[in-house]
Write a protein that binds this ligand. Structure first.
Ligand code: NAX
Length: 328
C-alpha cells in the first residue's frame, strides 16, 4: 500500500476547516487511490471542538483517510508534512487597527514559518488561505529560510473562481468554456480581476462582453467585494467556497494546470509585469508537478497597468508595515 501524503491544516476547527477537511479526507485533493494523513493544528481552547470534528471524520469511514493527528504545537503537527494549508488566522475584530491585525497575524506566521522550516518534509508546499493571505505568506516565507521561496503561495483562487462564475453568468457561457482568467495583486478589495486575456470558447472575453462599463463598474467590484456580499447575506464569511478554492489551488499546483489555460496564484514576484521583486502577488501561472511559472508576454494596457499598480502598492505598504514590526 502507498505511503500516506501528510497534509497539515491550521485553523482546523474553524468554518473553512469544517468543509476542507472532509473534502481532503474523501480524496478530492489526491484522488481515490492515495491515502492521506491529516495533521491538524489549532489553538489550545479550540482543541475540544476539533476533537468533535475528528469524531465526524471517523464517522465518515473515508477509505482514503489513513490517520488524523491533532494538536496545538506547530513543530509536532508540521513534522513530515508534504503539504501545509495555513487557514487559521486572527480575524479583524472591532476597534482593531490594521497594524494590530498585521502584528497579531505576524506572531502566528513567524512561528509557523519557523516550525515548517524545521519540521516539514523536503517536498513541502505551503498554501496560505488565512488573511491577510499575501502578507501572511510573505511572513512565513521569510521566516523559513531553508524552504525554497517558490514553495509558498497565497490563495487568490477563490477570486479567480468568482470571476469565472460572474463572466459565465454575464455571457451565458458555461464555466468550462472560460479559460485564461487572471487575478492580479492582493487578495483584498484592490485585487484586479482581468478578463482582457480571458477567453470564452476560444474568443477574447472582453470582446465577447463588449462593454467596458460593465467590466469597470460591475464585474470588477462584484468580484472584489464578493466576500463582503456573502457576509451580508449569510451572516458569516465564505467557507465552503473558500475550502473548495483551497483544494483547487493545491490540486492544480501539485498535478498541473490544464493545457491552453492557466490559474491565478499569489506567488513571490521575480519582477514580472513590474510587480516589485519579493512581494507575494497574484499572477497568471501555469503549474506542473508542484512547480509554477508566471505566464509571460501578456500585453498590459493603461487601464490594467493602473489597477495592477494600485494593488501591488498596497502589498508594498503591508510589507513595509511588517518589516517595521520586525516580522520579516
Ligand atoms: P474561523 O474563525 O471560523 O476559523 C479560524 C480558526 O483558526 C479558528 O478555529 C481559530 O481557533 C484558528 N486559529 C487561530 N489562530 C491559530 C493558530 N495560531 N494556529 C492554528 N489555528 C489558529 O475562520 P474561517 O472562516 O475558517 O476563515 C479562516 C481564514 O481564512 C480567515 O483569516 C479568513 O479571513 C480567511 N479567508 C480567506 C479567503 C481567501 O480567499 N484567501 C476567503 C475566505 C476567508 O475569508
Amino acid at each position: 500500500s502507498k505511503t500516506p501524503v501528510k497534509v497539515a491544516v491550521t485553523g482546523a476547527a474553524g468554518q473553512i476547516g469544517y468543509s476542507l477537511l472532509f473534502r481532503i479526507a474523501s480524496g478530492a485533493l489526491f484522488g481515490p487511490d492515495t491515502p492521506v494523513e491529516l495533521r491538524l493544528l489549532e489553538i489550545t481552547p479550540a482543541l475540544g471542538a476539533l476533537e468533535g470534528v475528528v469524531m465526524e471524520l471517523d464517522d465518515c469511514a473515508f477509505p482514503t483517510l489513513a490517520g488524523v493527528e491533532i494538536g496545538d504545537d506547530a513543530n509536532t503537527i508540521f513534522d513530515g508534512a508534504n503539504l501545509a494549508l495555513l487557514v487559521g488566522a486572527r480575524p479583524r475584530t472591532k476597534g482593531m487597527e490594521r497594524g494590530d491585525l498585521l502584528e497579531a497575524n505576524g506572531a502566528i506566521f513567524t512561528g509557523q514559518g519557523k516550525a515548517l522550516n524545521d519540521n516539514a518534509a523536503d517536498d513541502i508546499r505551503i498554501g496560505v488561505t488565512g488573511n491577510p493571505a499575501n502578507t501572511n505568506a510573505l511572513i512565513a516565507m521569510t521566516n523559513a529560510p531553508d524552504i525554497p521561496r517558490e514553495r509558498f503561495s497565497a490563495l487568490t483562487r477563490l477570486d479567480h473562481n468568482r470571476a469565472i462564475s460572474q463572466l459565465a453568468a454575464k455571457t451565458g457561457a458555461s464555466v468550462t468554456d472560460i479559460t485564461k482568467m487572471t487575478i492580479w495583486g492582493n487578495h483584498s478589495a484592490t485585487q484586479y480581476p482581468d478578463i482582457f486575456h480571458a477567453e470564452i470558447a476560444g474568443k477574447n472575453a472582453a470582446e465577447v462582453v463588449g462593454d467596458q462599463s460593465w467590466i469597470e463598474n460591475d464585474f470588477i467590484p462584484t468580484v472584489a467585494k464578493r466576500g463582503a456580499a456573502i457576509i451580508e447575506a449569510r451572516g458569516s464569511s465564505s467557507a465552503a467556497s473558500a475550502a473548495s478554492a483551497t483544494i483547487d489551488a493545491a490540486r492544480d499546483w501539485l498535478t498541473g494546470s490544464k493545457k491552453d489555460d492557466w490559474v491565478s496564484m499569489a506567488v513571490v514576484s521575480d519582477g514580472s509585469y513590474g510587480v516589485p521583486e519579493g512581494l507575494i502577488s497574484s499572477f497568471p501561472v501555469t503549474t506542473s508537478g508542484g512547480s509554477w511559472e508566471i505566464v509571460q508576454g501578456l500585453e498590459i494596457d493603461d487601464f490594467s497597468r493602473t489597477k495592477i499598480d494600485a494593488s501591488t502598492a498596497e502589498l508594498a505598504e503591508e510589507r513595509d508595515a511588517v518589516k517595521e514590526l520586525g516580522l520579516i
